[in-house]
Design a protein around this ligand. Structure first.
Ligand code: CP
Ligand code: NVA
Length: 335
């Protein structure tokens, strides 16, 4: 498809022959991020490398997205994602328009394809937080500007980028890292599992029966893991999973959109609480991670959340740096 006034869109990863001629950073220009698995291992490494540099030298990127406009449609509540995207683009010379979509789903008043064909004429970037993952993939299919998944029912790729950036700061290279996710096999879990596989880490999810990650996403992560010497393990035994872990991660038992199940889920998830006893099974250098918001003393105790192993606010900070790198690369921004 022809480009628009703001550039061009390359919806699919380049053919292998073309890709070989491009650096991983160049190959990201014009692309979407619907799933974290849209990225190759090299492209993920390029995003994380740039994120570390932007965090260290933000002034050098002050005009990287000069005059770029981003629109954000959110069907669900947000603190971190909205503000880190807005602060991020503002500090690179661009600007953001936020549309509260919590009262009516995207696509209700007008088709997603028609919305896409409007948006691409006004803005350089579309950021969506939705219930249905397909809302994001459909927008990406029709829009000639990049589309970023800011959380869907299936994935939260921006969260995973920030989390693995945080782990790189602490541990350096993450090959062989023992990453243990305890709790609901939800959107955050899916993106973490795929990211761990791409980076060559050992991923384990310990979830109650019937609440593990989706089998098709676990299968996808395992296919990636075969290429990177990573591993993907699914279990119901949180104590065994936590033993020797380098990082223990949890998220809420009841994600947005599942509130009607909260009462049913609470007792099922009780044995999966991350508390001092569970952390004691991990390596002595282990860190605790949570995407936030947390329900204190439900999925994690205050002692762990506020304790010395917790990196939850480093993760929250890194949302901004990781997304700045992502935006810069998708929009072909230069220093
Ligand atoms: N972690 C995260 O995405 O937070 P928000 O829901 O506040 O954006
Ligand atoms: N799994 C949570 C993450 C919130 C950032 C949810 O979808 O509500």
């Amino acid at each position: 498809m022809a480009g628009n006034a703001y550039g061009w869109k390359n919806n699919t990863p380049p053919e292998a022959a073309v890709s070989a001629l491009l650096s991983p950073a160049e190959s990201l220009a014009g692309r979407d991020l619907c799933s974290i698995a849209d990225l190759s291992a090299a492209e993920m490494a390029a995003i994380l490398e740039l994120a570390h540099d932007i965090k260290a030298k933000p002034k050098e990127y002050r005009y990287s997205l000069d005059a770029k406009q981003m629109v954000m449609f959110f069907e669900k509540a947000s603190l971190r994602t909205r503000l880190t995207f807005e602060a991020g683009i503002n500090t690179m010379g661009g600007s953001a328009i936020f549309v509260d979509q919590t009262q009516s789903p995207l696509g209700e008043r007008e088709s997603l394809a028609d919305i896409a064909r409007n948006l691409e004429r006004w803005v350089s970037l579309i950021v969506l937080r939705t219930y249905a993952h397909e809302t994001i993939t459909e927008m990406a299919e029709h829009a000639r500007v990049p589309v970023i998944n800011a959380l869907s029912d299936q994935e939260h790729p921006c969260q995973a980028l920030a989390d693995f950036m945080t782990l790189e700061e602490r541990f350096g290279n993450l090959r062989g890292l023992k990453f243990v996710y305890v709790g609901d096999g939800n959107n955050v879990c899916h993106s973490l599992m795929l990211t761990a596989a791409l980076l060559g880490a050992h991923f384990t999810a310990a979830s109650p029966k019937g609440y593990g990650p989706k089998p098709e996403l676990a299968a996808q992560a395992r296919r990636i893991a075969e290429q990177t010497a990573a591993s993907v393990t699914l279990t119901q035994d949180a104590a065994a999973a936590a033993t020797g872990a380098d990082a223990i991660y949890t998220d809420v038992c009841t994600s947005m959109g599942f509130e009607h199940e909260a009462t049913k889920r609470a007792p099922i998830f009780k044995p999966y609480q991350v508390n001092e006893a569970l952390m004691a099974r991990a390596a002595t250098h282990a860190v605790f991670l949570h995407c936030l918001p947390a329900h204190r003393n439900a999925e994690v105790t205050d002692a762990v959340f506020d304790g010395p192993q917790s990196m939850v606010f480093e993760q929250a900070e890194n949302r901004m740096h990781a997304q700045k790198a992502l935006m810069a690369l998708l929009l072909g921004g230069r220093r």
